[in-house]
Structures are given as C-alpha cells and as structure tokens.
Design a protein around this ligand. Structure first.
Ligand code: BDR
Ligand code: CA
Length: 315
C-alpha cells in the first residue's frame, strides 16, 4: 500500500528548471501539492506568476492555486537572470496566455494560513527561488517555524562555488538576508547546492528521451531544456545544463537516489566579495551546530528516468 502523499508547497520563480520541479510534483502520487507561491527572481514577479500558471495549464491542472508573493528581496535591489532563462523567464516553447487563475491572497498569507491549518509537522515547503517569501512568512508568523515539517530547497554551493558570482549561487545571492533568516529558523532543511545540481545534466540523450514520450508536456519540457541549457553549454562546455530545481521534489520521492551529510550552513551577508556565499562546514571543522542536510551527489540516470516516466503521465 502506498504511503500517504506528502503535503507540499512549492515556492518558485519559474524558470525552466522550476517548471520541471512543478510538473514532477503534479505528476507524482507521492506528492500532494497544496499550492504554488511565486517570487521575484529569475525574472520579475509579474512574469514568474504568469509562468507558474502557464505550467499548471500545460499539466491540465487549472485547479491548482497559484499565489503571487514578494516582488523584491528583503533589503536589496532585485537581480534577475534573463541571460539564462530568456526574456519571459520561460523561453523555449510557445505557451499560450494562462487560464489558471491567480489567487487574490498574497503568497505569504497562503503559506502562513496553510501551515497553521494543517496538522503540525505535515507540510513541506520546497523553495526553488530566492527565499524572500519564506523569510517574510517567518517574520510575520514566527509560530509556523515549529509546524513546518521541513524545507527542501535549491540553492548555494560548497566545493562548486557560485554561478552568479565566483562565491554565490543565484537564489541565495538575490536575497542573502532572507536566506540567513531561513537557515537560522530551526526548521529541518535539506539543501540542494550546485554540487549536486551540476551532476544532473540535461544531456542530449536525456532530453531526447523526454521528448520521445510524445506528450505535449514532455515536448514543451524538451523545448524548455534546449533553450535553458545553451547558456551552461557555452559557459561550461558541457553536454546540456544542470537541472537544478527538480532535485528538491525528486529527493522527496526517491531520497535513496541522493547522498549528503548534516552540516552547519551560514550565509554571508556582509562581504562585498562573497555576499550570498553559503559557508558549508562539510568537513565539520567549526563546531557550529548542524542546521541543514546538504546533498552532494545523486544517481543522475535514475533522476532523469524518474522525470521522464512521470512527465509521460501528464497530458
Ligand atoms: C537557480 O537559479 C535559477 O536560475 C534556477 O531556476 C535555479 O533555481 C540555480 O542557481
Ligand atoms: Ca528557480
């Protein structure tokens, strides 16, 4: 008998890789997706909320509640990544204007009310963009920290360094103050840094396998990935690009495909040179308390097989 599905909120700035994370959740019986909250990140909020709704349309899930959240980081000017994701944030396939409605409620209020109304310890949050909405929810309602089951987030880097600066990964760099507050909140965190996501490469063989399943969603995803990967192919000379954000949802479904260790993680917010760096005590030299399970490796073929099989279940 299958275990009860895990209740999940995805907090996101779509983003082609965000789109795959959402689609993987929608296609997976292990996950009960309660709602999608959007944040400014890869592109401004006005685009990320539209993109999230386009993704729900693609999956035939116009019933999925989508909320708009913070339109800027806590204290800084928004930095975006059109150079990676394209002008719309979701360049690649030609997707129509969304039918899935935008909910009236603010994303932060949805997060707070959901965590308070569901039984304590039942709801996971998967932030795959800057951590602004999560930090705002914790500021407004500190009581929710002890009720959140876990945070499974994409962000940061250890030995892999950064991707937006030499030291910082994009999601953390955009709102380091928010990240620092979230990592200090005492919530169980599983972290997918660049060290693992850079091993999840969308090689031509893997993208072709997704397309070959022939569904409209799979074909749109293949088109997204082919757009998205061109940036990293040029940058790293790799076959494909790293499929960052779906590592979070895949870990919830198949944790056996990932490995990591409990570490102390602190966020640099002061230094001009290294702002947004995740200082991960992988070698346990600081004596500081563990506050995150940091994933370092995955079974990449298993990960892409899971994604391919699940996407094939969508329209
Ligand atoms: C992260 O930044 C965004 O561009 C991606 O969607 C991912 O969440 C990778 O650094
Ligand atoms: Ca993202």
């Amino acid at each position: 008998m299958m275990a009860t599905p895990q209740k999940l909120i995805i907090d996101t700035d779509p983003g082609q890789d965000d789109a795959v994370a959402i689609l993987l959740a929608l296609a997976s019986p292990e996950i009960d997706l309660l709602g999608i909250t959007t944040v400014a990140g890869n592109v401004p909020l006005a685009l990320t909320e539209v993109n999230a709704r386009k993704i729900c349309d693609l999956a035939g899930r116009q019933d999925m509640p989508v909320f708009a959240g913070a339109d800027r980081p806590l204290e800084r000017k928004l930095v975006t990544a059109e150079h990676v994701h394209g002008r719309t944030g979701l360049d690649g396939p030609d997707l129509p204007d969304p039918v899935t409605p935008l909910q009236d409620r603010h994303a932060v209020d949805f997060i707070i009310q959901t965590i308070r109304s569901e039984p304590a310890g039942r709801v996971t949050i998967a932030p795959v963009g800057p951590l602004t909405n999560i930090a705002l929810a914790l500021r407004k309602a500190p009581d929710i920290a002890s009720r959140i089951k876990q945070i499974v987030m994409m962000g940061g880097g250890c030995f892999e360094g950064g991707n937006i600066t030499p030291a910082a990964e994009f999601n953390i760099y955009v709102d380091p103050e928010a990240a620092a507050e979230v990592f200090a909140a005492g919530i169980p965190i599983t972290m997918m840094p660049l060290d693992v996501t850079h091993k999840a490469m969308t090689t031509a063989v893997r993208t072709d396998a997704i397309r070959a399943t022939g569904t409209r969603t799979a074909i749109a995803v293949a088109e997204m990935l082919e757009f998205f990967e061109r940036f990293d192919e040029e940058k790293y000379g790799s076959d494909g690009g790293p499929l960052h954000d779906p590592c979070t949802v895949a870990w919830m479904i198949r944790p056996d495909m990932f490995s990591g260790r409990h570490c102390n993680v602190e966020i640099e917010t002061q230094s001009q040179l290294t702002t947004g760096m995740t200082v991960i005590d992988w070698w346990q030299v600081s004596g500081r308390p563990h506050n995150a399970f940091v994933v370092g490796d995955l079974d990449a073929d298993g990960f892409f097989t899971l994604i391919t099989e699940r996407l094939a279940k969508l329209p």
